[in-house]
Design a binder for this molecule. Structure first.
Ligand code: SAM
Length: 218
């Protein structure tokens, strides 16, 4: 699905979020609190927007972008002509890195897609050194009834129509709203993070409660 969507992915992101996704990625990198010459793992880097933002904020950082969809990473590579990001083929559920090897691990819009959210967080916790951070950006269902109804209307009616206009693969964007329905709400996601040993877990919501940014410490 992501291989099919790769070429249109960035354009759809900007359109569906009214370009707010750029700000969210800035917040993800800030939440990672990288030290100087810090090492960051961007899990499911996709087209590398978070990894590129990390290098913008921390030009001296060492950034690995890991993903299992080559087509997405190829778009990311084209956006990184100086090859500052190290792209690695990897499954988020079995990261090919030793314990404690990063100052932070982050993911943007990954967790809805994995078969085991707990295992994905456990892997990120494993590869981050003690005192480092695990940061997660994901779509979430708003708690307030009126925003919840609007969210439903937007994701189930408008998003598939917009995607149908731009793409032949409508499945990708009907999958998107359905994946949000099953995904844990922010307090439950925080509990999952705590269950793998992450400490001081906090979260904030953005965009009328439709986006959640979770941060935990190792
Ligand atoms: C919605 S895109 C997000 C890309 C990028 N992080 C962003 O913020 O735009 C989801 C990405 O997760 C990747 N992905 C999904 N499940 C994965 C897994 N188990 N291991 C590695 N990558 C995965 C997909 O290949 C895709 O590139």
């Amino acid at each position: 699905m992501f291989a099919d969507a790769a070429r249109r992915y960035d354009r759809m992101n900007r359109l569906m979020t009214l370009s707010q996704d750029r700000r969210w990625r800035r917040l993800v990198v800030e939440a990672c609190q990288l030290p100087s010459h810090g090492k960051l793992l961007d899990v499911a880097t996709g087209t590398a927007d978070i990894a590129l933002e990390a290098l913008r904020q921390h030009p001296d950082a060492f950034v690995i972008g890991a993903d299992f969809t080559h087509e997405m990473m190829r778009i990311g590579q084209a956006k990184d002509p100086d090859a500052r990001i190290a792209f690695v083929e990897a499954d988020a559920l079995r990261l090919p890195f030793p314990d404690d090897s990063f100052d932070a691990a982050c993911s943007g819009f990954l967790m809805r897609n994995v078969t085991d959210v707990t295992a994905a967080f456990a892997e990120q916790r494993r590869v981050v050194r003690p005192g480092g951070r695990v940061v997660c950006l994901e779509i979430t269902r708003p708690a307030t009834p009126i925003w919840r109804d609007l969210f439903h209307l937007y994701f189930f009616n408008l998003v598939p129509r917009i995607s149908a206009f731009f793409s032949s693969n409508k499945d990708a964007y009907t999958y998107l709203p359905h994946s949000t329905l099953q995904f844990p709400r922010p307090p439950q996601l925080a509990d999952i993070m705590r269950s793998v040993g992450l400490k001081n877990v906090t979260w904030r919501t953005l965009m009328l409660g439709t986006i959640a940014l979770h941060v935990g410490e190792v």
